[in-house]
Design a binder for this molecule. Structure first.
Ligand SMILES: Nc1ncnc2c1ncn2[C@@H]1O[C@H](COP(=O)(O)OP(=O)(O)OP(=O)(O)O)[C@@H](O)[C@H]1O
Length: 233
């Protein structure tokens, strides 16, 4: 993946003003953006996904222009070929595991049929060891199973990149360690590039090849080990 990000956005809420000003060029397959609450991590990820329109700058992914303020280009999320996995996974509670994954193949908002069997969906059910849970609803799943369902739903459409918003935050500490390893293996196996945002330095240590530290809307330090040492201190 070749990600070229250079955006600015000013947000106002009452008297408060927040300036996001981020620049990043990376060819890493595992980018981690690390920063405390309110530093602008979600805004950065949303800008890449097309859920937030920056005021100026550009975003390019593998040479494809996703956003370019000067040229008036702002592709809609579904035109970007990136998948966004929300912190709470945002699974549809009224759809089964199989239907949730099948939803990733659809662009419209219709209810996938309960009996839908698509070979791609079956592939991901197997790949994530979810086949035996295919008929269950999200409320009937463990945290890890919910996360695997969300990842399968994101990957089923074969995105160019996977954007992960605090993917381990909702998991208990033991499961968090296991899922970090699992996500790392998955990334290696599928060779799908990932951009992960987190406030937990341990995520960056285990998962990040290219780690960026975000503070008050700007990247403070750009160096793998160096950035982590600063944050650990
Ligand atoms: N729509 C908005 N209008 C005004 N300010 C906003 C808006 N969205 C976010 N902000 C502000 O921008 C700043 C960065 O928000 P962001 O959600 O990116 O933080 P974050 O680093 O993802 O934090 P967390 O880890 O708590 O999710 C915050 O101070 C927030 O209050």
């Amino acid at each position: 993946m070749q990600l070229d990000l250079d955006v600015r956005k000013t947000l106002r809420s009452g008297q408060r003003v927040f300036h996001l000003d981020v620049r990043l060029q990376s060819s890493s397959q595992r980018i981690v953006i690390l920063g405390p609450s309110g530093s602008g991590k979600s805004l950065t990820l949303k800008a890449i996904a097309g859920l937030l329109r920056p005021d100026s700058g550009h975003i390019r992914l593998d040479g494809k222009v996703l956003f370019d303020a000067a040229k008036g280009i702002h592709l809609p999320p579904q035109g970007r070929e990136v998948a966004y996995v929300f912190q709470d996974y945002a699974l549809f509670p009224h759809l089964t595991v199989r239907q949730n994954i099948a939803f990733g193949l659809t662009r419209g908002w219709f209810n996938p049929l309960a009996h839908v069997r698509h070979e791609t969906v079956e592939y991901w059910l197997d790949a994530f060891q979810l086949a035996h849970l295919a008929h269950q609803f999200p409320v009937e799943l463990s945290g890890g199973q919910r996360q695997r369902t969300a990842l399968a739903r994101a990957l089923v459409a074969r995105p160019r990149a996977l954007l992960l918003d605090e993917p381990f935050a909702a998991l208990d500490p033991t499961l968090r360690i296991a899922m970090r390893e699992e996500l790392g293996e998955l990334q290696q196996r599928l060779q799908v590039p990932m951009v992960l945002i987190t406030h937990d330095p341990e995520d960056a240590v285990v998962f990040g090849d290219h780690v960026l530290s975000l503070q008050d809307g700007r990247f403070a330090v750009e160096a793998g080990e160096g950035a982590l040492e600063v944050l650990h201190a």
